[in-house]
Design a protein around this ligand. Structure first.
Ligand code: GCO
Length: 449
């Protein structure tokens, strides 16, 4: 190993965790009364998923959660971020509660607590009940109120034991990929619908916050957003404008209303959003103070007006995403300088890598993934030195899993999943990360024990 970077010591109380989401790992989509989600429906449309797979089995976590918690424990992780599947709890989106669905999360939370792992729950990671999509999904304002009812049901049952609650995961992706580009469920393609969906998602977040606080007064409550810094190599005002628009649409659109600054005026104008959906009081609700901001970071994007595929100049992951570790520091310092949230968690960061070196024992020597995690964590440490209060980090993902429109072809896990046998095998990155969690020291030179 040739890297000379110095190992960095994180504070002892820094939380080391890993993250997953319900649809990506649970499988058992028809078990115990679970209702249909928009992702079940989307997967059944020919061509929607690159490898024509679906979430029916995934990692079968629903049936293997005990083994999975034991695995988390063997990796020495102190926190686990997972999401709750709305259609498991309320198969029709609202109305009758499916107790068996709730029981599953109840067991999971208790197992985590017994293993001394802090449960970090996300209420919505994209798996809307299909019954609500049939009523116009997030384009319908009622869905925000229905989300509050769902929050109520979940919090009443689990609010006494979960350490941290996030309302939504990446509302940008829900609104944009789901309602504008159509590359995600429900596969719709309309800018006005995407704008309406974005507003109703944010409203859902704001309306749910008091419910979380009421039933979980000792837990943290917040939201998870994704950030992808936009760059342009050119001074051309058109490119600069494009860059600002993309930054506004992807990065500022969600965090600014949450921080109380309203929607970014420049982007609202350039998109031509009429804002008909905003009703009196909405923005106040959306800006209900949060305890933490969850930051998901993977890559940057380089933009150029009128060009879709700008040449990428940095090394790429298997997603063809540029590896740009300093982006995580830039994002954190910019966010903190602008909005000064109380604290931050890196709720997702990680990389799909080709994982070509699988040996006979299914062990994957993924030095490339270790490098990715190492380099990003070193930048998180820098941001903390800059004064950003970051309190924990969740590697995405604990497992190889269902990577949405890519199906199972992209592997993000620090633990390999063999999709035929469903065997889990920690990769070299998991062993490296165990050492990090154990020592709070991030260097390349660890020899996993
Ligand atoms: C996300 C997604 C994950 C993806 C990951 C890699 O929140 O962006 O939550 O579900 O798997 O981002 O694309």
């Amino acid at each position: 190993m040739t890297d000379q970077s110095n190992p960095v010591k994180f504070p002892d109380k820094f939380l080391w965790g890993s993250a997953t989401s319900s649809f990506q790992i649970e499988g058992a989509t028809e078990a115990d009364g679970r209702g249909e989600s928009i992702w079940d429906r989307f997967c059944s449309q020919p061509g929607a998923i690159n490898d024509n797979t679906d979430g029916k089995v995934a990692c079968d976590h629903y049936h293997r959660h005990k083994e999975d918690v034991a695995l988390l424990s063997s990796l020495g992780l102190q926190a686990y971020r997972f999401s709750i599947a709305w259609p498991r709890v309320l198969p029709n989106g609202k109305g009758a509660v499916n107790t068996k669905g709730l029981d599953f999360y109840d067991r999971l939370v208790d197992e985590l607590l017994a293993a001394d792992i802090a449960p970090f729950a996300t209420l919505y990671h994209w798996d809307l009940p299909q019954a609500l999509e049939d009523k116009n999904g997030w384009v319908n304002r009622d869905t925000a109120y229905t989300f509050v009812d769902y929050t109520h049901v979940v919090l009443k049952r689990l609010g006494d034991r979960v350490a941290s609650w996030a309302t939504l995961n990446e509302p940008f992706v829900s609104a944009s990929h789901g309602y504008l580009t159509g590359e995600h469920a429900p596969g719709r393609k309309s800018l006005p619908d995407a704008c309406a969906a974005a507003h109703h998602l944010l409203l859902a977040h704001g309306l749910a916050m008091p419910v979380v606080r009421e039933f979980a007064p000792d837990a943290d409550a917040g939201i998870v957003l994704n950030f992808t810094p936009a760059f342009t190599h050119s001074d051309d005002p058109k490119d600069q404008q494009e860059c600002a628009d993309i930054d506004g649409f992807e990065n500022r659109w969600y965090v600014e209303p949450i921080a109380g600054a309203g929607y970014p005026v420049d982007t609202v104008e350039s998109l031509g959003w009429e804002q008909k959906e905003i009703q009196a009081g909405d923005l106040e609700k959306i800006s209900t103070p949060i305890d933490f901001l969850g930051v998901n970071y993977y890559t940057r994007q380089t933009v150029c007006a009128g060009e879709k595929d700008v040449k990428k100049t940095l090394p790429l992951t298997d997603m063809q995403w540029e590896i740009y570790p300093q982006g995580i520091r830039e994002i954190l310092t910019t966010l903190h300088n602008r909005h000064a949230f109380k604290k931050y968690f890196i709720t997702e960061n990680g990389a799909a890598m080709p994982d070509t070196s699988v040996d006979a024992d299914e062990f994957v020597d993924d030095q490339d993934r270790i490098d990715y995690l190492h380099d990003h964590l070193q930048q998180v440490a820098q941001a903390m030195q800059d004064g950003v209060p970051v309190e924990g980090y969740f590697a995405w993902s604990l497992f190889d899993n269902f990577e949405w429109a890519h199906g199972y072809a992209k592997r993000f896990g620090i633990v390999r999943v063999n999709y035929e046998t469903l065997t889990r095998t920690p990769k070299a990155s998991a062993l490296w990360y165990r050492e990090v969690a154990n020592t709070s020291i991030v260097g390349r030179e660890h020899t996993p024990t």
